[in-house]
Design a protein around this ligand. Sequence first.
Ligand code: PMV
Length: 329
Amino acid sequence: MKATALAHPNIALVKYWGKRDEALILPHQSSLSLTLAPMSVTTTVEFGATSSDHVEINGHTAKGSERERVLRVLEVVRAEKGGALGPARMVSRGDFPAAAGLASSAAGFAALAVAARAAAGLPEDAKAASMLARLGSGSACRSVQGGFCEWRRGEREDGTDSYAVQRFDAGHWPELRMVVAILNRDEKEVKSRDGMRHTVETSPYYPAWVKDAEAEVPRAVEVIQRKDLQALGDLSERNAWRMHATSLAAEPPLCYLHANTLGLIEHLREQRKKGMPVWFTLDAGPNPVLLTDAAHEVAAEALARACGAVDVVRCVPGGDAVLKSEHLF
Ligand code: PMV
């Protein structure tokens, strides 16, 4: 009744921004991401060995909403086994550089879902694990598998058709690189969860975002299929701008961009005009992620550092979440 799994984070190229169901974490639109190596989170889950639930993340006992989200995922697994598993002990550790500016929650909940199912004796099942991970954090449903994953929004009210499917594995486009430029290490001012709710509730542009993003997913699949870096770069940038535009139009406005975010974007455009194949995407925070190829990853890192990046993480396409034989406890 003990299992350990390792999962990677992912970066969305077509973003998820806004829930139609807050409790089940069901999105208004589909999204598409690339799983990123080498960063990972490893999680061990054991049922029935303690007298009460214990959740430890990166050496600290989890409290508040962090603990509740983990327990929610464990509860679903217990219910699936008829409630006979008993209390759980969960220990999770990430190897992300300190405050990398990259959310570890996607990798964390994907590793938790895979480990918890295995610890409960449930069969390996990417679809079931994706739906389970989604209950912890929406974007986590895209980290159960490697390569390019599409989270299909689904139509059903119970969420049973809202999960991620792998469109291309990590080996499809090995030369692709994502370079995370950490301009600012502070905790984000408004968490994604709150930012997207505020945007759904108050932005007059929100319906346009939903329609546009849904239509971008098949286009993204098509350009990834033919490994067209320029087309994917253009698509990623416009999708990031549109996500931020819908948030900027909220009341009061929600601005995740910092002055140095815009400085980097401007410099990136100049370099592109000079022939460098580099584009960006931007989640709900100030740190851009640069999209380029293997031949230009060193130049992309230099570009980020020249624009004030305090840290840079160079990533390659990552693989599936996997079970490990070595446990954390
Ligand atoms: O899964 P959450 O609640 O961390 O939200 C993720 C939202 C974005 O990172 C901005 C976009 C995405 O699709 O990952």
